[in-house]
Design a binder for this molecule. Structure first.
Ligand code: HEM
Length: 434
């Protein structure tokens, strides 16, 4: 079988810059398509980091349902995590499923409505403006729907249905379910009327996290971690189990009937799915050829460990609910922090590779080119990883202990890490060929 263009370009970069793992070639999609998502996501990340410092005292008292905290939560979930995922998928699909995004022009629509939606949604929550909030919620829903349809149109013609294919197909389904609950909650914030606000928020947040974000993590990790770690021969059974369990959990959360036992079963399936994901990631690390773990992979590993901690906290935090707001807030900080670290780690792998492929790939064989890992300082990146991970650990502890001071200091440490990462990534992206 002939290697694909994607394979050839990836091999070229891997060989030239060995030991460097490959990602998707920039030739198959215009770099600006994923690039615009990465720029916007980094801006939201930097703003979210400042917001975290401001909101740290609120968090330390467990004021999770304050509009300004909800705004902060969505700066991270929508602005950082979802925007990064949309961008990464545009780049990743040719390598993941062998087909580029079906309608590249529609990506501009999903991107514009996502960024506009995040900005208006956040401002509306801060300004307590109902019309703007509904506009933001509808703009976000448009973005999710357009991206889900585009993703489905990309996946349907693909013949080879790998684990990554199924994971992304499942994610597309729950991408549609997430805004449905989000819009109901947006109406409820100003008009009231929901019989079980806490339960609905829990469903909304977990459909998004389990059904969309974690499904993408399972699918993407399955392709990227073996590449980044040079891991061969690892069993894939745990990833299939994770996929089935997470899908079952999110499906149960989405249907509106079944009472408390449905939620309990969904919780058990979701937790088991995360454990299976942990086992799969550990298997990839165990089988890795490259013994040294780089900053990107240590951040991703910290994120996965954080998900493990979230599984331990989940039954206590979610069963006590509003009766123990600090525990609930700690739980959400741990889950969202874990995913933040996982995404942050991938920026250290994806962006340098894309820049290398775009700027230095064409020069290969004509002149000396740097390795991908030489595009930034590994020491600075390790310092950054330490700031991000210790900041989030300190913040979680500060909330558990109800310490305003610890929460604020830890948020400052995290924010320093986030800003440092934005600076490092921006320097890599703006680097000129010498
Ligand atoms: C169309 C997109 C979305 C809309 C319109 C939306 C809307 C909302 C609204 C209005 C609330 C506040 C509910 C209340 O306190 O009464 C909320 C809470 C929440 N949402 Fe979303 N959301 C969206 C996407 C997401 C995504 C993708 C995630 C996670 C990846 C997420 C995670 C959460 C969490 C964790 C909460 C609880 C936050 C808190 O109470 O501080 N949301 N959402």
């Amino acid at each position: 079988m002939l290697p694909t263009t994607a394979g050839l370009l990836t091999m070229r970069a891997s060989r030239a810059a060995a030991p460097v793992a490959g990602f998707a070639p920039s030739k198959l999609v215009p770099p600006w398509l994923p690039g615009q998502h990465f720029v916007a996501a980094l801006v939201f990340y930097a703003l979210g980091a400042i917001g975290l410092v401001v909101a740290a005292p609120d968090l330390s008292h467990g004021y999770f349902f304050l509009p300004r905290v909800i705004a902060l939560v969505h700066l991270f979930t929508l602005g950082w995590i979802v925007t990064s995922i949309f961008g990464a998928l545009c780049q990743f699909l040719p390598v993941a499923v062998g087909s580029s995004i079906r309608f590249p022009r529609l990506v501009h629509l999903s991107f514009a409505s996502l960024t506009l939606g995040v900005a208006t949604f956040v401002v509306a929550l801060l300004a307590s403006n109902r019309s703007l909030l509904l506009f933001g919620a509808f703009s976000l829903s448009l973005s999710f729907t357009v991206f889900a349809v585009n993703l489905a149109a990309t996946l349907i013609p693909v013949r080879e249905r790998s684990l990554t294919w199924w994971a992304l197909a499942g994610a597309a389904v729950f991408l549609l379910a997430t805004p449905a609950y989000g819009v109901v909650l947006a109406f409820d914030l100003h008009d009231g009327g929901l019989a079980d606000r806490f339960g609905t928020i829990g469903q909304h947040a977990h459909i998004a996290l389990i059904g969309f974000v974690l499904m993408v993590v399972v699918g993407v990790a399955h392709r990227l971690l073996p590449m980044f770690l040079l891991s061969h021969g690892a069993s894939e059974r745990a990833a299939w189990a994770a996929l089935a369990l997470l899908f079952g959990s999110a499906a149960l959360l989405t249907v509106p009937w079944g009472g408390r036992s449905r939620i309990a079963v969904a919780g058990a399936l979701g937790s088991a799915g995360v454990v299976a994901l942990l086992v799969q990631v550990a298997t990839f690390f165990k089988h890795r050829q490259r013994k040294a773990i780089d900053p990107g992979m240590s951040l991703a590993a910290s994120g996965v460990l954080g998900l493990g901690l979230a599984v331990v906290l989940a039954p206590f935090a979610l069963s006590r609910g509003v009766a123990d707001l600090r525990l609930l807030t700690t739980y959400f900080v741990v889950v969202l922090g874990a995913l933040t670290l996982f995404v942050a780690g991938h920026y250290y792998k994806i962006i340098p590779f894309l820049v290398w492929n775009h700027r230095y790939g064409p020069l290969l064989g004509k002149r000396k080119v740097p390795r991908v890992s030489e595009l930034f300082s590994e020491r600075v990146a390790f310092l950054d990883a330490a700031l991000l991970a210790s900041g989030l650990a300190g913040l979680s502890l500060g909330i558990l202990l109800e310490s305003e001071v610890l929460a604020r200091v830890a948020a400052i440490v995290f924010a320093a890490g986030a800003w440092l990462q934005v600076i490092v990534i921006a320097r890599v992206a703006l680097r000129k060929v010498a």
